[in-house]
Design a protein around this ligand. Structure first.
Ligand code: ATP
Length: 308
């Protein structure tokens, strides 16, 4: 096989809580992660000379070592050529077609890195297991172990301790990314975790997912990072209000923002909300989509991943 194509799926956070800031500066979190059907497409071609050649269709993205795709590929080649699983002298050309909003709180870069691990595993056949890839991936980013398994999961620690959950009930989503750049660093630096008055009921949400109750899930949606981002960028609240006004069960910012998602029971309502957001000029990138769950084999039952 000389060519492999792989989709990279974006994620949203149905719930995001921050427990505390650790002495090393990292934040301890509890998050309900969910992949959605908004994807990048990566094409991998085997080359007969060593090296990684990355091409993207977005000028603003780096194509060298600053791109997580490059770093993930480099990590695979370094480890797998050393143990002889990939023959020396081989290289890869990677083409990225980007659709996931960039710097949006949807883990687009981490999703691409996860697709690189899976894609190179298929193309070169070194037989890396999910936990092999997660162990390599966590060194590049805390969200990568989750993106490697996808679906629905509870993430704890700094986001790397994972427990797979059942799929949530079917729903239609409107996802909108306003045209503002939000730095994840700015959001966490301005969060006062010890002064938060309210915390989302993450355990209750996990239970609602297990019970298959959409109402139980939407009723518990919450993201403590909104306390920073919504204050700094009121457009986020305007988008949420528009979604709720069109009949969303609930609406929330994803990750550190600025993307917002609304959960709807009916597709027509989700489409009307998307239309309204576009017409009002609240967001340049607007999608109507659904939750996505990868095939079971990608996420073996009971295989929890953690850094220890
Ligand atoms: P998270 O939800 O994990 O905070 P995000 O959605 O906020 O992620 P990304 O889109 O993953 O943010 O990327 C943030 C930055 O990382 C971008 O500004 C970009 O320059 C850089 N980056 C490196 N590699 C990639 C990639 N493959 N795709 C997107 N951004 C990348």
């Amino acid at each position: 096989m000389d060519c492999v194509k792989r989709k990279a799926y974006a994620k949203i956070n149905l719930g995001l809580d921050v427990l505390r800031r650790r002495p090393d500066g990292y934040h301890e979190v509890r998050m309900v992660m969910q992949t959605v059907d908004i994807t990048d497409l990566l094409t991998f071609r085997r080359t007969d000379r060593p090296g990684i050649l990355l091409r993207t269709d977005k000028e603003e993205l780096p194509s060298g070592k600053d791109n997580l795709i490059y770093r993930a590929a480099e990590a695979v080649f370094r480890e797998q050529t050393q143990c002889g699983a990939i023959p020396r002298g081989q290289g890869v050309e990677i083409i990225l077609e980007k659709r996931i909003p960039i710097a949006a709180g949807m883990a687009g870069g981490s999703a691409d890195a996860a697709a690189v691990f899976h894609g190179l595993n298929e193309l070169f056949g070194p037989g890396m297991s999910l936990s092999d890839m997660q162990r390599m991936g966590v060194k590049l980013g805390a969200d990568i172990p989750y993106c490697l398994m996808g679906g629905t999961a509870l993430a704890e620690g700094i986001g790397e301790k994972l427990r797979a959950l059942p799929e949530p009930p079917r729903a239609v989503l409107t996802v909108a990314k306003p045209d503002i750049d939000v730095s994840t660093k700015f959001v966490y630096e301005n969060l006062h975790a010890d002064q938060l008055k309210e915390h989302p009921d993450i355990d209750g949400m996990v239970q609602a997912i297990r019970q298959g109750s959409l109402e139980g899930v939407t009723g518990r949606m919450g993201n403590v990072l909104e306390t920073v981002t919504v204050r700094a960028y009121p457009v986020i609240d305007q988008i949420k209000k528009t979604m709720l006004g069109e009949g969303a069960e609930n609406a929330l910012m994803s990750g550190s923002g600025p993307s917002v998602f609304g959960v709807f029971r009916q597709r027509e309502r989700a489409q009307a909300a998307a239309e309204q957001i576009r017409r009002a000029g609240l967001a340049g990138e607007v999608f109507v989509t659904e939750f996505y769950s990868p095939p079971r084999m990608q996420r073996p039952a009971g295989e929890d991943f953690s850094l220890e």
